[in-house]
Design a protein around this ligand. Structure first.
Ligand code: D9Y
Length: 331
């Protein structure tokens, strides 16, 4: 099998996250989910989510599906790096993305979600596409959609073609040569503890020299920004007039009319350029002349994160063969 599905930005002003239509159950219930390579739980707003925590999201009602089965005695609870989280119980049901159907997918129904999920009415839940070792279901961990779908796919891969303030695509089971230029550079993935962890070959700021130094981090479609070591981040913002590391805004900000250099990162011998427009992520509040940077420091996180600001500068292949690798191509 092969399949494709849209990745649509949830906000017209800046790329906070992307959602993809999925179907669950019989008859199919359609929800818009955030495909997240930085986690491995597939969870949804549901008929079990308190009405006070639902604000316009589509919900999955297992009782309206003739193919749903309660996974008796199983629960889940997850906390994300931004402090958001959710928890609940578990069903299995038919689940499809882009025509790729998995009959007994573990679908984790939310009995509680944190406020940032309630307020984000365009996200009906998440599809974790990290490695199944990260799945939080207890007492038995469940497989991700990708792990369940892999045997049916023409090739054990999925690709991300995320775009700046535009609809992109997730493809499953094939690599669409029309989506990229040049060659795909593959690098090894360390699956411990369960992220798509790889090592970049270095970075450059604008037309400055390229610094060849290994930067190990995770490819995370569920994170909006890029989080790298402080030395790299300060080298970047040194080139931005009026940039400052703001405690009140929680990161590097600068006047929106400042000229920003592009940010270059290496994958093997290949180079990828994040354009200035992606590096100016958003005004700190609507209409403010102060803008928040798409590159921030990872010093408070403990790992480096190549989020959407970097991913949308490339065509990315998540290769689930043994051993897994990750491929990057320009587009
Ligand atoms: O927490 C992270 N990343 C961290 C960011 C800070 C530095 C460490 C990594 N990603 C989450 C993201 O924020 C969530 N968010 C919900 C509200 C709408 C936008 C998306 C969504 O849920 C899980 C994942 O995606």
């Amino acid at each position: 099998d092969t399949g494709s599905a849209a990745a649509t930005p949830i906000d017209p002003r800046f790329d906070i996250a992307y959602v993809t239509p999925v179907t669950i159950g019989t008859p199919p219930q359609t929800l818009q989910l955030d495909l997240d390579t930085g986690s491995s739980d597939l969870w949804v707003f549901s008929s079990h989510t308190p009405a006070s925590q639902v604000r316009g999201q589509q919900i999955y009602s297992p009782d309206k599906s003739t193919t749903s089965k309660l996974l008796d005695g199983h629960t889940w609870s997850i906390r994300y790096g931004d402090g958001s989280g959710s928890r609940g119980n578990v069903y299995t049901d038919n689940f499809a993305i882009g025509g790729i159907m998995v009959e007994t997918q573990a679908v984790e129904t939310a009995e509680e979600v944190s406020s940032s999920f309630t307020t984000e009415d365009n996200i009906d839940g998440l599809v974790g596409l990290g490695f199944s070792t990260l799945n939080t279901v207890s007492p038995e961990g469940q497989l991700t959609f990708f792990d369940n779908a892999k045997p049916k796919l023409d090739a054990p891969v999925f690709t991300a073609d995320l775009k700046y303030m535009k609809e992109g695509t997730y493809d499953f089971g094939f690599i669409d040569e029309s989506k990229y230029t040049g060659e795909i550079t593959y690098v090894p993935v360390d699956t411990d503890p369960g992220y798509w962890t790889f090592t970049s070959s270095g970075y450059g700021v604008g037309s400055g020299t390229f610094s060849s130094s290994p930067i190990t981090g995770i490819a995370d479609t569920g994170t909006s920004l890029v989080y790298l070591p402080t030395a790299i981040v300060t080298a970047y913002y040194r080139q931005v007039e009026g940039a400052t590391n703001s405690r009140s805004y929680g990161g590097y900000v600068f006047p929106c009319n400042s000229t920003l250099p592009p940010f270059v990162f290496g994958i093997g011998e290949a180079k990828f350029t994040i354009p200035p427009s992606y590096m100016s992520y958003a005004a700190v509040t609507d209409g403010s002349p102060t803008c928040f940077g798409g590159l921030q420091s990872s010093s408070g996180i403990g790992i480096n994160i190549w989020g959407d600001v970097a991913l949308k500068a490339a065509f990315v292949v998540f290769n689930g063969e043994e051993p897994p690798t990750i491929g990057w191509a320009n587009k």
